[in-house]
Design a protein around this ligand. Structure first.
Ligand code: BV8
Ligand code: ZN
Length: 258
């Protein structure tokens, strides 16, 4: 039973802005991958209710228990590579054709956005698709690394241990990623926040940047978040349903081939 009336009726006061906007940013969290079959982090039964982040998602945890942490990420990589992008991921890939300037900023590490065809993508928290060495920077596709060494981190030629190429808590984001994302958020005329609880910083601060710089803020989340009060439009529905409907509604108020 769809939660949204389709075709989606956009508020009249937003149509002119959405009709002529040239710059858009989409900011995604784990909720966009829920309909692909992956757990979110903080929902009931989510990842951080299965394990504590301090036991599994910090450099210190990896140093203390490299085999346990490596196996956990190998298993998450296996699950992420076994599922498929859902209609929400594919809808966002289309936004690259709809808007002359579009950037997708994701907190997700599951690799579903690039698999859905998104190219203008900033993966703020890295990706499960690669393993890397912190000492020499060597990188290896995660599938190859896990095939080579499923139960413990492979040893790099330089003697270091390979680790998943994700950003752990307490680690800085990839060089330049937050700066580029902040720049795009400050210029965005439309800022879409999809499937994120807005708990993790500095990533969640992008929503405030977009709001302070005057973007039209649209939130897609079945639940309210601390940022819902800033949204010009909140779609309380799953992303797999809301994003394709929103895309069609925005196309309907834009001159063809803008
Ligand atoms: C750093 C990779 C500092 C690993 C992840 C203030 C400023 C700076 C830092 C901090 C700060 N306050 C606290 C910190 C520290 C920390 C932090 O933010 N802690 C939080 C928890 C309090 N931040 C950091 O450590 C960051 N590093 O700042 O370094 C520094 C500075 C200088 C020098 C050294 C260090 C690094 C953070 C990155 C951590 N890595 N992931 C892994 O995945 O294993 S974070 C993890 O959380 C994932 O990336 C995840 O995507 C992200 C955010 O969670 P969400 O995506 O929002 O997921 P969640 O489950 O919470 O919500 C899902 C939502 O979806 C819900 O709202 C739900 O309603 C909705 N939903 C459900 N179904 C659907 C749906 N929506 C749509 N459709 C559906 N069907
Ligand atoms: Zn190395």
């Amino acid at each position: 039973m769809p939660l949204l009336d389709t075709p989606l009726e956009l508020p009249a006061e937003l149509r002119p802005r959405l009709g002529k906007a040239r710059r858009a940013v989409a900011f995604t969290g784990a909720g966009i991958s829920k309909e692909s079959g992956l757990d979110t982090f903080r929902d009931v039964g989510g990842v951080w209710q299965q394990v504590r982040p301090e036991d599994m998602a910090t450099l210190d945890a990896f140093r203390r228990r490299p085999a346990v942490v490596w196996s956990w990420y190998a298993e998450r990589w296996g699950r992420a590579s076994a599922v498929a992008p859902n209609p929400a991921h594919f809808a966002l890939a289309r936004w690259e054709e709809i808007f002359p300037y579009f950037t997708l900023v994701t907190q997700n590490v599951d690799g579903l956005h690039p698999r859905a065809g998104s190219r203008r993508l900033i993966e703020l928290h890295g990706t499960l698709a690669w393993a890397r060495c912190d000492f020499c920077g060597f990188r290896l596709p995660m599938g190859e690394a896990v095939a080579k060494s499923p139960d413990r981190p492979p040893v790099c030629d330089c003697g270091g241990l390979l680790r998943p190429a994700v950003v752990w808590f307490g680690e800085t984001l990839p060089p330049g990623a937050m700066e580029r994302a902040t720049e795009e958020a400050s210029l965005a005329e439309i800022f879409l926040s999809i499937g994120t609880s807005g708990n993790v910083y500095p990533a969640a601060g992008l929503i405030d940047v977009a709001h302070q710089c005057g973007a039209c803020l649209i939130e897609i989340n079945p639940e309210p978040t601390p940022f819902s009060r800033l949204a010009h439009l909140s779609l309380r529905a799953p992303a797999g349903e809301a994003l394709p409907a929103l895309t069609e509604a925005i196309l309907a108020c834009r001159p063809p081939n803008t």
